[in-house]
Design a protein around this ligand. Structure first.
Ligand code: SAM
Length: 288
């Protein structure tokens, strides 16, 4: 088994192990060598790199990563894929496969123990049902990360790059802006996967900023405020903040902070820029 990035070898190995796709795990395997090469190129993986792959599937992209990287850790939730990965990754001694839910993996510890705390690269064809928690989790937990290069739904890639005024603007757009520089490396049609997803996909590279583009005193609080504002999209910002069980502020405190910023009382969260959220967070904290 030299190279899995084609339909014939993929079908062969799936049949050999009588593998049944699990929809709940978002399993759409890549079967296009050009796309795989593009992902590796966009990620800029070198022999110096420690790469975390989320959801290796049958090991298609893992083979490419193993060739390009120093070390690869591949975390796969579906235990039915583990025997397949044993076979497809047998030629590589720089790959470790872990049968675990990525949301339960302590990535910070992994980077510390396996890469001496140096920044790691994350590369994945993500399971689409958990794209947002994976990306937000990686950024917010302050794992040392150089870049995240991932295949996501086209619509999610657009959401990551949008600003106020768009219906797609939300907590994910703001987190991506705050933590990283986003670049779309490729648009990928459904026929590059098996089975075919219903929607178009895109490869996006998120390169971590050395310094965030805005300064805020309490980053965690700012993201709690952002989440509270977008959780209740049709509510005004002061109600969103005042009603949030996550936040300690009253509606009156929220109203005063909004006024201090020179914004109208009925302003909605989705019209604020990242910079405005940072200022709002500082004002609320200062006056609480
Ligand atoms: N990397 C493979 C490829 O490109 O062909 C498979 C990509 S497929 C879109 C997503 C993979 O993530 C599947 O193998 C799925 O079983 C795995 N997966 C789903 N949820 C996961 C989770 N919570 N933790 C780790 N892996 C997960």
């Amino acid at each position: 088994m030299a190279n899995l990035g084609n339909p014939r070898d993929t079908i062969e190995i799936l049949q050999k192990y009588q593998f049944a796709f699990q929809k709940r795990f978002g399993q759409n395997f890549l079967i296009d060598a050009h796309v795989l090469e593009k992902i590796i190129r966009a990620a800029g993986v070198t022999k110096e790199d420690f790469v975390l792959e989320i959801g290796p599937g049958i090991g298609t992209m893992t083979q490419y990563l193993a060739e390009a990287a120093g070390k690869v850790w591949a975390v796969e939730i579906d235990r039915n894929l583990i025997p397949i990965l044993k076979e497809t990754l047998a030629p590589y001694d720089n790959v470790t496969v872990v049968n675990e839910d990525i949301l339960k993996v302590d990535v910070e510890r992994l980077a510390r123990e396996e890469n001496g705390g140096r920044p790691i690269k994350v590369v994945a064809n993500l399971p689409y049902y958990i794209t947002t928690p994976i990306i937000m989790g990686l950024f917010e937990s302050h794992v040392p990360i150089d870049s995240i290069t991932v295949m996501v739904q086209k619509e999610v890639a657009d959401r990551m790059r949008t600003g106020p005024g768009s219906k797609d603007y939300g907590a994910l757009s703001l987190a991506v802006q705050y933590y990283a520089e986003a670049y779309i490396a490729a648009n990928v049609p459904p026929n590059c996967f098996m089975p075919r997803p219903k929607v178009g996909s895109a490869v996006i590279r998120l390169t971590r900023h050395k310094e965030p583009p805005v300064s805020v005193r309490n980053e965690r609080l700012m993201f709690q405020i952002i989440r509270a504002s977008f959780n209740q999209r049709r509510k005004t910002l002061q109600n969103g903040i005042g009603n949030s069980p996550e936040l300690p502020f009253t509606r009156e405190e929220a109203a005063r902070a909004i006024e201090a910023m020179g914004l109208p009382p009925a302003v909605r969260g989705e019209t604020l820029t990242l910079e405005q959220f940072a200022r709002l967070s500082d004002i609320l904290e200062e006056n609480h």
